[in-house]
Design a protein around this ligand. Sequence first.
Ligand SMILES: NC(=O)C1=CN([C@@H]2O[C@H](COP(=O)(O)OP(=O)(O)OC[C@H]3O[C@@H](n4cnc5c(N)ncnc54)[C@H](OP(=O)(O)O)[C@@H]3O)[C@@H](O)[C@H]2O)C=CC1
Ligand SMILES: O=C(O)[C@H](O)CS(=O)(=O)O
Length: 484
Amino acid sequence: MLKLNDPALLETRAYVNGEWIETGRTFAVFNPATGDKIADVTDLGVDDVSRAIDKAYDARASWAAKTGKERGAVLRKWFDLILENADDLATILTAEMGKPLAEAKGEILYGASYVEWFAEEAKRIYGDVIPGHQPDKRIVVLKQPVGVVGSITPWNFPNAMIARKVAPALAVGCTFVARPAELTPLSALAMAVLGERAGLPQGVFNVIPSIDASAIGKELCANPKVAKITFTGSTRVGKILMEQGAATIKKVSMELGGNAPFIVFDDADVDAAVEGALIAKYRNAGQTCVCANRIYVQSGVYKEFSEKLSKRVAALSVGDGFQDGVAIGPLINEAALSKVEAHLSDAIAKGARIATGGQRHALGGTFFQPTVVTDVNRSMIVQHEETFGPIAPLFEFETEDEAVELANDTEFGLAGYFYSKDISRVWRVAERLETGMVGINTGLISTEVAPFGGVKQSGQGREGSKYGADDYLELKYMCFGEIH
Ligand SMILES: NC(=O)C1=CN([C@@H]2O[C@H](COP(=O)(O)OP(=O)(O)OC[C@H]3O[C@@H](n4cnc5c(N)ncnc54)[C@H](OP(=O)(O)O)[C@@H]3O)[C@@H](O)[C@H]2O)C=CC1
Ligand SMILES: O=C(O)[C@H](O)CS(=O)(=O)O
């Protein structure tokens, strides 16, 4: 049993229309570090989800009719409650997802920062007044909430990915139906417990755990009462949702797969680049969409960088996320581990060498040694596919043009990173990278104040920042005539 200050946060029922409901059907949630069952969670079917959508639809008008200040006040209370309960929320998160407790706490604070940011933005959803095109005309542009939002989120950030979506949606007056990943529903349900305490009205925020992702996704995409789908996950599933939503012209926000390049130029601060690579590659055991998936190092510093990185990586401790000092927790499941091993064996078969790690960890289960691989080339799978695990493949390059060409040789375009102290090179490379986000001399770029999102097949839309509310708004143009 989890040790919580407030045991009520370990909620296992679905949250629909301000009520905690059970269906008589449940699915088990397990701790990936130990294999122990944490809880049995209510499983909703399509009919239950259709009802949740109806209730969110019914709640739209009254929620949108509140002032931005009123909506912002509820979000602010939610933020305060999340902070007050951050330790319990982190415990629940580490238990169901496996990341080290310190990272889980960081995720809770990161997710909360979006609730705080949009509690403030709620009062600033400004429209426009446009000078008339004829003497008797006056033109006004309103921004209005799109309506009911369907949300589908992944297991790797089970709190922050929902927070990053529900906060702007509710701030502007939308209502929200959240389907968390089957592997990690407890963090979402705990958010609902606190949202209820914060005063979110019935039907505004609904959490619909279920094992049948495909069927629930079809309902969210097909139901005409759902105005928008917001999704974080793989590009494969993003395409399915976009196709399914086309029948009702669903608006979509897609935060999809990544394949981030991490480039170290000869003029880089190599020690800083090593620190940046450690966080960009090994955060969440490499299970983030903005993880450095390919590391390109210019020949002049290749030996120094690979030796220094390998030494630091070999010292990273692997274990249960609840253990003090653990840096690398378990991968989420056996499938994730198999993908890591497949990428690694492909690279080795094509001439790459293991500098450190490379094996399943002695702890067994889904623990894997943090790994550095050298002598990697673009024929290997790691150049083209997202590994989503603690493997750092090091490529050597000679020229800036070669590095940029390699970095852009992917259908993905979420994040990219590079280290250089040459300001002209910094601008040249940053402008040429085909990504939505660029880290320059830093390996950690995620913040609520900046627009998070990708280009190419890494998605569309932005989350966070002054741009983040736009995805949940429609523009209405009003033309006043006969003004004399
Ligand atoms: N751009 C970003 O911010 C992020 C991108 N990703 C990408 O996702 C991949 C790994 O994450 P993962 O969670 O496995 O990704 P998936 O795309 O498999 O799953 C993401 C979510 O979609 C659900 N889902 C799966 N299939 C369907 C379907 N047919 N219809 C509706 N929903 C569906 C999943 O449900 P369930 O799990 O219950 O099956 C989960 O809740 C990697 O490629 C990673 O880069 C992941 C996180 C963030
Ligand atoms: O889903 C993810 O991988 C997150 O978007 C990564 S981050 O925002 O926490 O950096």
